[in-house]
Design a protein around this ligand. Sequence first.
Ligand SMILES: Cc1ncc(C[n+]2csc(CCOP(=O)(O)OP(=O)(O)O)c2C)c(N)n1
Ligand SMILES: [Mg+2]
Length: 413
Amino acid sequence: MAEKKRGTLQIPNAPFRPGDKAHFDTWEYEPGDLSRPDPTSCSTAETNEHAFGLIRVLDFEGNASGEWDPKISADELIEGLEHMVRMRIFDERLMKLQRTGKLSFYMRSFGEEAVAIAQTMALETQDWIFPSYRQPGAQFVRGRDMVSMICHCLGNVEDNVKGRQMPVHYTYKEGRYISVSSPVGTQFSQSIGVAMASQYKGLDECCITWIGDGSSSEGDYHYAINFASVFKPPVILNVVNNQWAISTHTNLASGNPTFAARGLAYNLPSFRVDGNDFLALYSVTKWARERASSGAGATHIEVLTYRAGAHSSSDDPSRYRPKEEQDAWPGGDPIKRLVGHLIAIGEWSEEKQDELETRIDSEVMAAYKEAVKFGDLDNGPHPSNDSIFTEVYEEVPWHLQEQWDEMKRFSGD
Ligand SMILES: Cc1ncc(C[n+]2csc(CCOP(=O)(O)OP(=O)(O)O)c2C)c(N)n1
Ligand SMILES: [Mg+2]
């Protein structure tokens, strides 16, 4: 037994820092190792192994196997690939625009594109999405126009939230995509509230939400999951363990060997899934959707992945982690893995991939050119100052009216 060190706080550190050679344990679980229980009758105990293990479908040669293989059509896979490629190119372009002062701030989904896209594709259109800032890809699945997304990031006159939110903190009502909140973690309890409302109304609607590994160390996660445990609403609760919370390593967020296993204590079926495996993500989410629909309640999922880029445009990861850590990640790249699978089943080729990337690159550029016609951060025009006071209350309360009048006096309007 390890000697107890009195008077010493045990503070976990990151395993690797700049200059170290990063490596990860090889994954013990192969595709096909874990069974797929019946979603409508599955008990929490039946998922014990899944919570400590890892659900995988795709191997690194591009083959799909096992009970979790969702067996979806090649057309659907190509649709998913297209959304992921769009997300990556969109992110690259907008990051460049941030660097040239056209927008104030940006956050990429780099390396995590499969998460929101595969999981949203596994849902029904009436389902509600409670994202964090790293799931904008769900909007592509729900059909949001890129021009409108870019207008939001630019904070111009066509921004649908009129500059009230930071870039990337999207709102897309038409797609049932709930506003991203700057204080992290709030979406977890909100999703459960809406799921309880759907349950109460007898609607076949489900909610899905994602919280980061770091944010899941907040109370919000535990309050929310306790509600899910007690009231059994139709909700899919994902903890995206991408190894980092800005510069804080994942091992400071939970003392449990896996994030998934925390759900077992709340009596929720809990799965750990390879977050760079499009097929596994899709399949586990379908399972949870089926369970929600049957009235059996919530599912808790740890999405195991790696944040391949910086936290945001304000972050420099070379200060706190080795540059090669991303290459050492055993899950590889989600786009390359899906491309590999499509090629392995004879439905895709390197040439088709090149064509797709070229086409999407020009679509993103065209969308930017269209969006910037409505203004950018640098040059305006910006939403009117009056919009600070409108569209929140149906009738502006007296104290805000006073402030509004004062603003008008100062600005000479
Ligand atoms: C309540 C709250 N605390 C702190 C912050 C600052 N902050 C923004 S993102 C972030 C890290 C979150 O990491 P994680 O939950 O792992 O999500 P990831 O960025 O890795 O997707 C922090 C500390 C915040 N926005 N809200
Ligand atoms: Mg994280």
